[in-house]
Design a protein around this ligand. Structure first.
Ligand code: HEM
Length: 296
């Protein structure tokens, strides 16, 4: 019996040694990029999932606003405080994918299921009872179900979940930082006000809504938006998967590797942006070519 056990242990050791060897020395022509490969098999996942938050904000207001626009969620009168579910999801979003009770990942998946059920129940209610329609995103999706095959009763809740998730922390963090930068830079507020007042002055009806042309003419506002996004660095980076080997500066990135493009390294690069941590919307005057540069 012990011999069988020994063979199994030996096979497991050989298997993992082979995996580690394959991971350390992928079959490529050329040189791997320099830098740490981290631990065998898990790389630097542990370092990555250790939270590195420098802002502790409460994004519930943006959540309630977006949820209202998407499926008519009424935060004040609802039994459920959905922003809490989303906060729990967000807190365990980057975690080891171990779906066993008690782990962050498991809790995240459970909260996600709860949210998806609630969104699907709302969709089914509206489908059954058209008097519950409110002219929001969900109603538009229901109308589009007639012509767009991919909009099924299972896909629409996923879509709403995704949009809520994408807008939740990104927008609240960006808005909070925008107000912080504006408070600290009254000259910027002055110039923004002048730009907006000039637009309103030109209008025939001062109470009419913002037009596309007006929006495109807001060059200074766009500079403030660019500068806020540049300096805030809301996402830590962008992820992509290498579908085939490719070369960068003499190094070979092997197919199958996941790449993280660290956008803050570009946005805070002093060679591109002088005094990169200074909030200076005017720097975009030289970087953008108005008005030929599209504003979105
Ligand atoms: C200032 C606020 C925001 C920032 C900084 C931001 C940033 C980003 C970034 C960096 C990505 C990944 C892009 C990529 O990997 O190529 C992304 C994707 C996405 N964002 Fe945002 N976002 C913001 C607001 C929003 C809002 C308000 C919504 C929806 C209402 C939204 C919806 C999405 C969606 C659906 C994707 C996935 C797109 C795809 O995979 O093709 N985002 N966002």
């Amino acid at each position: 019996m012990w011999a069988i056990g020994l063979v199994v242990v030996a096979l497991v050791v050989i298997y993992y040694t082979h995996m580690i060897f394959k991971w350390r020395s992928p079959k490529i022509e050329g040189v791997l990029p320099p830098g740490s490969m981290g631990w065998p098999l898990i790389g630097e996942t542990l370092q990555f999932i250790i939270p590195g938050k420098s802002l502790d904000l409460h994004p519930f207001m943006v959540f309630n606003f977006t949820a209202h626009k998407i499926f008519g969620y009424d935060a004040e009168n609802s039994k459920e405080t959905l922003s809490k579910n989303y906060t729990k999801i967000l807190n365990s979003f980057i975690s080891l994918p171990l779906n066993i009770p008690g782990t962050s990942f498991h809790n995240c998946m459970q909260e996600r299921e709860k949210m998806l059920k609630l969104l699907k129940d709302t969709l089914m209610e509206r489908l059954k009872d058209p008097s519950k329609r409110r002219g929001d995103f969900l109603d538009q999706a229901i109308d589009d179900m007639k012509t767009k095959k991919f909009l099924t009763v299972d896909f629409i809740p996923q879509l709403m979940f995704g949009i809520l998730f994408a807008s939740f922390e990104s927008m609240s963090t960006t808005l909070t930082l925008t107000f912080k930068f504006l408070t600290e830079n009254p000259r910027v507020v002055e110039e923004l006000r002048a730009e907006h007042e000039a637009i309103v002055k030109k209008r025939e009806d001062p109470n009419s809504g913002l037009t596309w042309e007006e929006y495109r003419s807001m060059t200074f506002t766009q500079m403030v938006v660019n500068e806020t996004l540049r300096i805030s660095n809301i996402p830590p980076g962008l992820f992509r998967k290498a579908l085939k080997d490719f070369q960068v500066k003499g190094y070979t990135v092997p197919a199958g590797w996941t790449l993280m493009l660290v956008t803050p390294a570009i946005q805070l690069n002093p060679d591109t942006f002088k005094d990169p941590v200074t909030f200076n919307p005017w720097r975009w005057k030289a970087l953008l070519h108005f008005p030929s540069q599209p504003l979105i």
